[in-house]
Design a protein around this ligand. Structure first.
Ligand code: SAH
Ligand code: SF4
Ligand code: F3S
Length: 501
């Protein structure tokens, strides 16, 4: 079914046994999630998996009985954060031990997958280390740790599908939910660790995704974001030869009653097929926001990165997407200072940014990752050059983002109210373009989509007011106000988005 099988269920190297005193109910679990949304999704699934053992999720490590760090390995800084957090946890564990209370510490995610055994050696505070493919085995690992075993290590890519062993019911964390549909990557961009930490590309069966989406909607979700490291490479084929691509999957999801909004991330430009582009023009539930990373504006650097597309390919793709959905807001990731990047290459990155005018974008200094081809290249770019280029690029991105946000002022748009704001009588929601919107609204409108007039642009969000009176509207895209109808669809771009470490 999936990937290579390595090793047995999991290894345990028993350390000194401590008394088992974890039989009681009402234990507390704290999971800290780093990195991308796949980790956020995995964190939710881990929470569900250990709940039958009596663990309730809490917001702080201070009183937790079980702490899991769900780690990210994408850049050096992301991986370093884990070790500094483990230093703090060592103190917490020592304090607990003084008062005769135990604390179990687990490390999950991509650093665990990449450096499992090494982590155990470096940080003896850890009781369990396990990779992203074995979360369904977490209850066994936790029981074992509760019984006093330490040094539990499981970084298999098991033959069985972890999704088949996770609970069918989904605990809802809000009206907007994540749903992983694809994992792993076969692209092997020369800077990236993901193919090594998450393994080969794998798509979940469409029927199981539909069932999970229905369960989410039944428990109150109104928006689902489909997740995958390469989400638009999604591909399911039944024994009868029925093929489902991402466009087909979105079409099936769009027929679920009360599922008002569909998003997906992260897409690779190579896998953006005609059917998916067309779906952006025809499916009202598919939100007009697309995260489509280009990484660099130089063909020479794109080739060195093994991105498998040119700048021209990318721009023609953007044209086709905008033709299908004129108001679509585009976002991207950029890496500056990839080995061999010259001033001219960097200028080309600024140029593509000016051409596309992203509604928002993420940018990073290249971080050489052990074991990736990029790390072995000779012509690494000095740190001060990377810093200067990053600052310049970010200034340009912010400029475009502000322009886009300002262009939204005065418009009326559907906003999904997702949670209470910090101020009383205020709700926080999302526009179709993934901008955060603060709205004066009562808490009973939580989970509804309301027509909101955008009044102003705040540092990290928009401010808006409800069109009064505020009936609950069923769909997102149909503009309720004539002045903001089809003609408006030609303006756009957005703020805030997706992943990142
Ligand atoms: N699958 C996605 C990206 C996953 S990682 C894609 O193909 O676009 C998220 C982002 O982290 C990448 O888009 C890239 O911009 C950045 N990134 C990945 N490896 C990096 C590295 N070694 N140094 C700096 N940034 C990196
Ligand atoms: Fe990494 Fe994305 Fe490239 Fe895959 S396609 S190797 S996840 S950057
Ligand atoms: Fe892993 Fe996501 Fe980070 S796939 S390396 S947690 S960006």
């Amino acid at each position: 079914m999936r990937r290579k099988v390595t090793g047995s269920k999991y290894q345990e190297r028993s350390g000194p046994r401590e008394p088992a005193r974890f039989h009681e109910l009402n234990k507390k679990l704290f999971i800290k999630s780093y990195g991308c949304q796949m980790n956020v999704y995995d964190t939710q699934r881990m929470t569900e998996v250990v709940e039958p053992l009596g663990y309730q999720s809490v917001d702080s490590p201070d009183d937790a009985d079980l702490i899991i760090l769900n780690t990210c390995h994408i850049r050096e800084k992301a991986a370093e954060k884990v070790y500094s957090e483990l230093g703090r946890l060592r103190q917490l564990k020592a304090q607990r031990s003084k008062v005769g209370r135990r604390l179990i510490i687990g490390v999950a995610g991509c650093v665990a997958q990449a450096e499992g055994a090494e982590m155990m050696r470096r940080a003896p505070v850890i009781d369990m280390v396990f990779g992203p493919q074995v979360y369904h085995r977490l209850p066994d690992m936790v029981r074992s740790a509760e019984a006093g075993n330490r040094n539990i290590l499981d970084t298999d890519f098991p033959a069985e599908d972890k999704f088949d062993h996770l609970p069918k019911a989904r605990a809802l964390t809000g009206p907007a939910a994540f749903l992983t549909i694809q994992e792993g990557c076969d692209k092997f961009c020369t800077f990236c660790v993901v193919p090594y930490t998450r393994g080969a590309e794998y798509s979940r069966p469409a029927d199981k995704i539909i069932a999970e989406a229905e369960a989410l909607v039944a428990s109150g979700a109104r928006e689902v974001t489909l997740l995958g490291q390469n989400v638009n490479a999604y591909h399911d084929e039944t024994a009868q030869g029925v093929v489902t691509g991402l466009a087909d999957l979105c079409t099936r999801l769009a027929s679920i009653d009360r599922l008002e909004r569909i998003r997906y991330t992260t897409s690779h430009p190579r896998d953006m097929d005609d059917a998916l582009i067309e779906a952006h023009g025809t499916l009202v539930q598919l939100m007009p926001y697309l995260h489509l990373p280009i990484q660099s504006g130089s063909d020479r650097i794109l080739a060195a990165m093994n991105r498998q597309h040119t700048v021209e390919d990318y721009l023609s793709l953007v044209d086709r997407i905008r033709a299908a959905r004129p108001d679509i807001a585009l976002s991207s990731d950029f890496i500056v200072g990839f080995p061999g990047e010259t001033e001219a290459d960097f200028e080309a990155t600024l140029a593509i940014c000016k051409t596309v005018k992203y509604a928002q974008a993420y940018s990073f200094k290249y971080s050489p990752r052990p074991g990736t081809p990029g790390a072995a290249l000779d012509d690494q770019v000095p740190e001060d050059v990377k810093s200067r280029r990053l600052a310049e690029l970010q200034a340009l991105i912010i400029c475009h983002q502000s322009e886009f946000n300002e262009s939204c002022v005065g418009r009326v748009m559907p906003v999904l109210l997702e949670k209470s704001g910090r101020l009383g009588g205020q709700m926080l929601g999302r526009s179709p373009y993934l901008q955060s919107v603060h709205v004066a609204a009562s808490a009973d409108l939580l989970g509804t989509i309301q027509q909101v007039r955008i009044d102003d642009v705040k540092p990290n969000s928009l401010g808006g007011s409800l069109l009064a009176p505020a009936p609950v509207v069923p769909a997102t895209m149909a503009p309720a106000v004539a002045s903001d109808s089809a003609a408006e669809h030609s303006k756009i771009p957005t703020l805030e988005s997706t992943h990142q470490a």
